[in-house]
Design a protein around this ligand. Structure first.
Ligand code: AGP
Length: 611
């Protein structure tokens, strides 16, 4: 998704802005650009299709420099990826602007501006904003007033940074529906889509709230509400160091993040478990009383986070006896759901800025849920700020577009939720002591599974030339099969689907032949014999089976077309977490062998802040 960096300083900002863009690359983008007010007061812009590195070389060759500027990575929504459509956009040689979001009424504004004499140099929805600001300035408003006057004309979502030639002493910014933070320095201040972009220059941040407008000068920062009344916003100290988002010795961020999972899981559990029970206060003030009233659960999320929700449904219904529905946020937000009495609304998101999930939360707040709980990896995100209860996953920054440690820590957090919901009514067939023991086993168990990296790499070779793959699981392992297939398709571009294994005979069995590898996850649980029978159906039709199975499981049928990789034994509740790891490694190694862009797969964005 688009990324914004900007700043006003005493020193030259070229390298700071480029480094900021590099740190936003993980969000996904197709082009990049930068504008600086030159020492001679001219706006000088440079844009390139493709990587930030190409932009860095171009701005160096063109000798751009200046202490007031804006930079942007674009993820195309309106208009193809091209240099012309890349940001910053200019109005004449006066005003420059960068935008993250979507302006829904841009056609209408464009027609009116065209009639008033503006010509357009891009196909974007963004360009109307910069012309509207220039028009306001022509009517005598200063830059801040012009921005505020323009915001009233816009429908949609935006984070904006604006500078102009006539006012080389300030940068203005605004946020509505897309994230934007301000980085505070000494004699220099910055804006960015997220803190990671600015960690080399500051650890102190203001997180703009919905509708905020900000004015940055070298001397300070002022924040206003939509009517330009000054407002106070707290300053947050980030605990992240600049190298928290470095790749280190790993070839890709995704591999680093897969291997960080034992630590991420331990961090997520830390402070939430005593020797033999859960500490429900971790969910927030009044959590024990609120969660005790819950009689039903509605989970909403997107993508990988949705798969975490699907897994939790098996747990919540099986062990708590509570009805639990799970829905993708983009569907939930546009229907009229029937809300059960005393129903808890749970949103799950790595970023906490996913537009559909946020919109679903806002809709839910009108619908009479007993409370809203966010399970999220970013403490400063809108989802966290707008929810009644919060359980943060402590996965640390996740840079690879393919979600890995965010997913397994979400599952650990959902097991904590299971325990918290079970506290007042008692867990069925499992007590809190057993749940805590299983959670405590997780980091060590995951360490042992990650040692299977080499055999999984060898197995990946069988997938490189394939066009399709099928993933199978049963019970709470079915969502893990879904997650495995999502991982493979998003980074290796191999078409992959997942089915509950019992559903095979109702259609997908027709696809089975030697060119359709079938991956199955087979922990030692009550459904194992059923799963084995389903795998035989595949084998009998010439399918190639790759089975991740508990070491105690005897799959005597192994041989031609039947490859089994034994995993250390995992207890029932944590098996979905354990079996996720080999599927992540499989997808990773297939992608590396295919030579795809593992951390920034084509067409995808890390944080989907537009609808
Ligand atoms: C999965 O690998 C993707 N990155 C994607 O499906 C992601 O999980 C989805 O966009 C939701 O993001 P969120 O968790 O930040 O809300």
């Amino acid at each position: 998704m688009c990324g914004i960096v900007g700043g006003i300083a005493q020193r030259d900002l070229r390298e700071i802005l480029i480094e900021g863009l590099r740190r936003l690359e993980y969000r996904g983008y197709d082009s990049a650009g930068l504008v600086l007010i030159q020492p001679d007061q001219r706006l000088q812009r440079c844009r390139r299709l493709g990587k930030v590195q190409a932009l860095a070389e171009a701005v160096a060759a063109e000798g751009l420099s200046g202490s007031l500027g804006l930079a942007h990575t674009r993820w195309a929504t309106h208009g193809a990826p091209s240099e012309q459509n890349a940001h910053p956009h200019l109005s004449g040689d006066q005003v420059a602007l960068v935008h993250n979001g979507i302006i829904e009424n841009y056609q209408e504004l464009r027609s009116a501006q065209r009639a008033a004499g503006h010509s357009f140099s891009s196909e974007t929805d963004t360009e109307v904003i910069v012309h509207a600001i220039a028009d306001q300035m022509d009517q005598g408003h200063d830059l801040l007033q012009a921005l505020q006057g323009t915001l009233g004309q816009l429908k949609g979502a935006y984070a904006l940074g604006v500078i102009c030639q006539a006012e080389p002493e300030r940068l203005v910014a605004a946020r509505h529906g897309s994230p934007l933070v301000i980085g505070l320095g000494f004699g220099e201040h910055f804006i960015a889509s997220d803190m990671a972009a600015l960690l080399p220059v500051t650890q102190r941040f203001i997180i703009l709230e919905e509708g905020d407008i900000a004015e940055l000068s070298r001397d300070g920062v002022k924040v206003y509400d939509a009517e330009l009344r000054p407002v106070e916003r707290p300053v947050h100290e980030s605990r992240l160091s600049a190298d928290a988002v470095e790749r280190g010795e790993y070839r890709h961020f995704m591999l680093k993040e897969i291997h960080e999972q034992p630590r991420a899981l331990a961090d997520t559990l830390e402070g939430r478990l005593s020797a033999d029970c859960l500490l429900i206060s971790a969910f927030g003030y009044a959590a024990e009383e609120l969660l005790g009233r819950v009689r039903a659960v509605q989970i909403v999320a997107c993508g990988t986070s949705y798969h975490a929700g699907l897994t939790a449904r098996y747990w919540i219904e099986r062990y708590c006896g509570l009805p639990c529905s799970v829905e993708v946020a983009s569907e939930f937000r546009y229907r009229q759901p029937v809300v059960l009495a005393d129903c808890l609304f749970v949103s799950i998101s790595q970023s906490g800025e996913t537009a559909d999930t946020l919109a679903a939360l806002r809709q839910a707040k009108q619908l009479g849920y007993v409370a809203s709980l966010a399970i999220c990896n970013v403490a400063e995100s809108a989802l966290v700020r707008e929810s009644d209860l919060v359980l943060l996953t402590h996965a640390g920054p996740e840079i690879g577009v393919a979600s890995t440690k965010a997913f397994t820590t979400q599952l650990a957090a959902l097991l904590l939720l299971l325990g918290a919901l079970g506290r007042s009514r008692g867990l069925i067939g499992c007590d809190e002591i057993e749940l805590v023991a299983q959670l405590r086993s997780l980091p060590g168990l995951c360490e042992r599974i990650l040692q299977l990296d080499e055999p999984i790499r060898a197995l990946a070779e069988a997938f490189v030339d394939k066009q399709h793959a099928l993933f199978l699981g049963r019970g709470s392992l079915y969502p893990i099969a879904l997650e495995g297939s999502l991982k493979l398709k998003e980074i290796s571009y191999i078409h992959a689907e997942a089915y509950p294994a019992g559903e095979l005979k109702h259609g997908p069995l027709a696809l089975i032949d030697e060119d359709m590898p079938v991956v199955a996850v087979a922990p030692n649980n009550a459904l194992l014999d059923k799963l084995k029978a389903n795998l035989e159906e595949v084998r009998a039709r010439g399918g190639q089976l790759y089975v991740f199975a508990d070491e105690a499981v005897c799959l005597s049928e192994t041989g031609e077309g039947y490859t089994v990789l034994a995993l250390p034994h995992s207890a029932q509740l944590v098996a979905p977490i354990a079996y996720t790891l080999p599927l992540q490694l499989l997808a990773y190694h297939v992608a590396v062998l295919k030579g795809t862009d593992v951390d920034q797969p084509r067409n995808l964005a890390k944080s989907v802040t537009v609808e």
